[in-house]
Design a protein around this ligand. Structure first.
Ligand SMILES: Nc1ncnc2c1ncn2[C@@H]1O[C@H](COP(=O)(O)OP(=O)(O)O)[C@@H](O)[C@H]1O
Ligand SMILES: [Mg+2]
Length: 257
């Protein structure tokens, strides 16, 4: 479904993403991991068109490189951000409607040119609420929800755009490991419902447990790619994680070398 070919992002002398290539198959749950500063968020920014990149990004055979950010959403790529970014004075349902209606407006315009069946914004919102089991809190305000639920709302908001591909940037950050696992299993259930997900997370144990395929970035480069079992036993991955133990961010010198 998604084909990434030699994707690179440069910030001055720093190659934050360095010739990364991999494919995501439809219906898969892909984990994107790597030490702090490895380029994970920048990778998602590049795929969603928030930073300029070189290389190719192909979704369903369509080249996204020339598309601007909002056009990539229309093409079927939705995401969540590391910060929650919910409207605090809108209810859960209203937060979802804002995202869905924007998307729906475009489908209406497109349907005038080439009519095709399209779920209404309200239907997309209802479906997202149902998939993430948020019915009981749909009319509450985000600040009144526990953190775990607020995280699910950000995922639901992205789902309300009826994406083909969902990109999640550390959606479980701030949850304790029990809540994180519950969250991961919910994402797993979404995948079982046919959603394709790429999820960044710093909790390697969680990603190894819930994802089908894992991509590992270190200093902008893809250093490993495989099943949880392959990643668990990869020397390169173990070394990258041990090397990052001091918590230092990526040094430009190493990334350029
Ligand atoms: N807008 C920016 N300008 C300059 N450098 C940036 C910018 N965003 C990220 N970086 C750098 O790019 C590298 C990758 O960052 P990031 O993608 O946020 O890593 P991760 O999400 O894996 O922690 C880091 O060295 C970071 O300091
Ligand atoms: Mg990040």
């Amino acid at each position: 479904m998604l084909h990434i070919d030699r994707l690179s992002v440069r910030f001055g002398g720093l190659k934050a993403v360095d010739e990364v290539s991999f494919d995501v198959e439809e219906g898969r749950f892909v984990g994107l991991i790597g030490p702090n500063g490895a380029g994970k968020t920048t990778f998602m920014d590049a795929v969603t068109g928030l930073v300029p990149s070189t290389g190719r990004i192909v979704l369903d055979g369509r080249d996204l490189n020339k598309y601007r950010s909002h056009q990539r959403v229309r093409a079927g790529v939705s995401r969540t951000f590391q910060s929650l970014e919910l409207f605090e004075d809108l209810t859960v349902r209203e937060n979802l409607l804002v995202a869905a209606e924007r998307q729906h407006w475009w489908s209406l315009a497109r349907d005038l040119v080439r009519p095709r069946p399209s779920a209404s914004a309200a239907e997309a919102v209802d479906r997202a609420i149902m998939l993430l089991d948020l019915g009981a809190v749909a009319d509450l305000l985000p600040p009144d929800l526990p953190l775990g639920r607020r995280k699910l709302v950000t995922v639901a908001r992205a789902l309300a755009q009826s994406p083909r591909l969902l990109l999640l940037d550390e959606p479980a950050a701030g949850l304790d490991s029990g809540e994180g696992l519950e969250f991961g299993l919910r994402m797993r259930a979404l995948v079982e419902q046919g959603v394709t997900i790429v999820m960044i997370d710093h909790d390697m144990a969680l990603v190894l447990r819930v994802c089908d395929r894992i991509q590992v970035l270190d200093f902008g480069k893809l250093i490993a790619s495989g099943t949880p079992e392959e990643i668990r036993t990869s020397d390169r991955v173990i070394r990258a994680y041990l090397g990052a133990d001091d918590g230092e961010p990526a040094a430009p010198s190493r990334s350029a070398g």
